[in-house]
Write a protein that binds this ligand. Structure first.
Ligand code: DX5
Ligand code: ZN
Length: 219
């Protein structure tokens, strides 16, 4: 499978969302990464259904929706209705994770689970075969523009082993502090999909930055 670049729309210019969406459409990016924050699971609030619906309307690529919210089960259908293709919930926010994953799949979406930096890979042992994607947080969720946590490499290596040993089809996504300095090493240890917010949108030429990232992981 070729590697995936997923620009995080959290770092886009909300006053000019349409032009940033078109930039992603016309770039080598593969997915739109959409960060939903509720001010409870994380100490920040981002955006909700109307904004996601507006993005979906213009976006021509896969909608990769990352829920940083408590009780995600309450909104699974709503996220399907506003255009989510992949729906990722946090392990730390789900008491009945297996049920949540089945519900996401029954709505026709791919199902992902995200782990905070302090949560060990071992908690996924009994769910890994049910997952389409595992999202490893390489920063504490809540804000863009934070520094990459180095312990992430070790976690990715452990996750890769778990996936292989379990014959799981899950792909590995990493989120937070991804730049041209760490993306190659992340790719080598087994990451399939890379979220990049600030590094893309705060750069002089976001389209070129996306191409640069794509090239770095295409070898
Ligand atoms: C953080 C979000 C990330 C964030 C990444 O809570 O889940 O997707 O937008 O932003 P950067 O790439 O700036 O670290
Ligand atoms: Zn995210």
């Amino acid at each position: 499978m070729s590697k995936i670049i997923a620009p995080s729309m959290l770092a886009a210019d909300f006053g000019n969302l349409q032009s940033d969406i078109e930039m992603v459409n016309n770039s080598e990016a593969d997915w739109f990464h959409i960060d939903v924050m509720d001010g409870v699971f994380v100490p920040n609030i981002s955006f909700g259904m109307p904004v996601i619906k507006a993005i979906t309307k213009l976006a021509k690529k896969t909608m990769d929706v990352h829920l940083m919210i408590v009780e995600p089960d309450r909104y699974i259908k709503d996220f399907k209705n506003v255009g989510a293709d992949i729906l990722t919930v946090h392990y730390e926010a789900c008491t009945h994770l297996h049920k949540t994953i089945q519900e996401i799949k029954s709505q026709g979406m791919k199902a992902g689970v995200s782990l905070n930096p302090h949560t060990p890979i071992s908690v996924l042992e009994d769910i890994i075969r049910d997952l389409d994607l595992v999202l490893i947080m390489s920063v504490n969720p809540g804000f863009g523009g934070q520094s990459f946590i180095e312990n992430t490499y070790k976690k990715i290596t452990q996750l890769k082993t778990l996936i292989e040993q379990s014959n799981s089809n899950a792909i590995i996504e990493v989120d937070g502090g991804v730049t041209d300095k760490n993306i190659e090493k992340l790719s080598k240890v087994g990451v399939d999909a890379f979220v990049a917010g600030s590094f893309v949108f705060k750069s002089k030429n976001p389209t070129e930055t996306i191409s640069t990232l794509k090239k770095l992981v295409s070898n």
